[in-house]
Design a protein around this ligand. Structure first.
Ligand SMILES: Nc1nc2c(c(=O)[nH]1)N(C=O)[C@@H](CNc1ccc(C(=O)N[C@@H](CCC(=O)O)C(=O)O)cc1)CN2
Ligand SMILES: Nc1ncnc2c1ncn2[C@@H]1O[C@H](COP(=O)(O)OP(=O)(O)OP(=O)(O)O)[C@@H](O)[C@H]1O
Length: 198
């Protein structure tokens, strides 16, 4: 065996980095589960793509607490997402772009948890570039949009255009940021409504 092969050091670095990622994911799940979500709100979660934080444990727990949980079906390009009822054990179908969705009945969510690649303090976000969430939120002006991701996905400024819909709140492994420094309770209470684009 070569004395220059840093096998043990590599093994411990791998373990350290896996543990760090797992700790951030746990902290994000805990932050989602600490949100004061109205009991009667229909919540839209999302089944993760391989590169995204896996919040499935949070969706399971929110369902166990009695929330109605729905997940998006990726529709043809240019259309708003469809949301379908999910519960633990629901059959899942393969959809567009490697996404997966339940085969439950359609429902309209009150609170939409929004996946993203980057976010900023103005609560602008950028996703995979399909415009799906922007189109979907534009069609749901009464819904509350809560972005989720890691604190390290924050950037100074996300470039935005006329169709980009800002988030009402952002939840990360380091806590919650709300628009206009509102309380989270005010943010989800429905007192705040997004204007609809005409
Ligand atoms: N988990 C999850 N589900 C989701 C989303 C998401 O971001 N995350 N979406 C959020 O909108 C919608 C799906 N949106 C997507 C839109 C485009 C591509 C896409 O174009 N993927 C390319 C890679 C990018 C590229 O080459 O331009 C690919 O798969 O080849 C993927 C997902 C609905 N479901
Ligand atoms: N409400 C809308 N009506 C028409 N076009 C829209 C609407 N919302 C977004 N688009 C268009 O969709 C395209 C993709 O938008 P953008 O690059 O902002 O996607 P994204 O936010 O990264 O994706 P996603 O929301 O799916 O995560 C853009 O050309 C944008 O103008």
């Amino acid at each position: 065996m070569s004395l220059t092969e840093p096998r043990d050091a590599k093994r411990s670095l791998r373990a350290l980095m896996r543990a760090r990622t797992a700790a951030s994911a746990h902290a994000l799940i805990d932050a989602v589960l600490a949100l004061a979500l109205p009991a009667d709100a229909i919540l839209a979660g999302v089944i993760p793509l391989p590169s995204e934080p896996d919040l499935m444990p949070a969706w399971h727990e929110l369902h166990r607490r009695g929330h109605v949980v729905v997940f998006p079906e990726t529709t043809p390009a240019g259309k708003a997402l469809l949301f379908r009822h999910w519960q633990p054990g629901s059959s899942l179908l393969a959809g567009r772009f490697g996404t997966v969705h339940p085969d439950g009945l359609e429902a309209v969510p009150d609170i939409v948890f929004v996946p993203l690649l980057a976010w900023d303090r103005r609560l602008a976000r950028i996703g995979y570039g399909g415009g799906y969430y922007d189109r979907t939120l534009a069609g749901l002006p009464g819904a509350v949009a809560i972005g989720f991701g890691f604190a390290q996905q924050e950037v100074a400024s996300v470039p935005t255009g006329p169709y980009d819909v800002p988030l009402d709140a952002m939840v990360t492994d380091r806590g919650v940021v709300t628009a206009g420094d509102r309380s989270f309770a005010d943010t989800v209470s429905g007192r705040h409504r997004r204007p609809q684009r005409s």
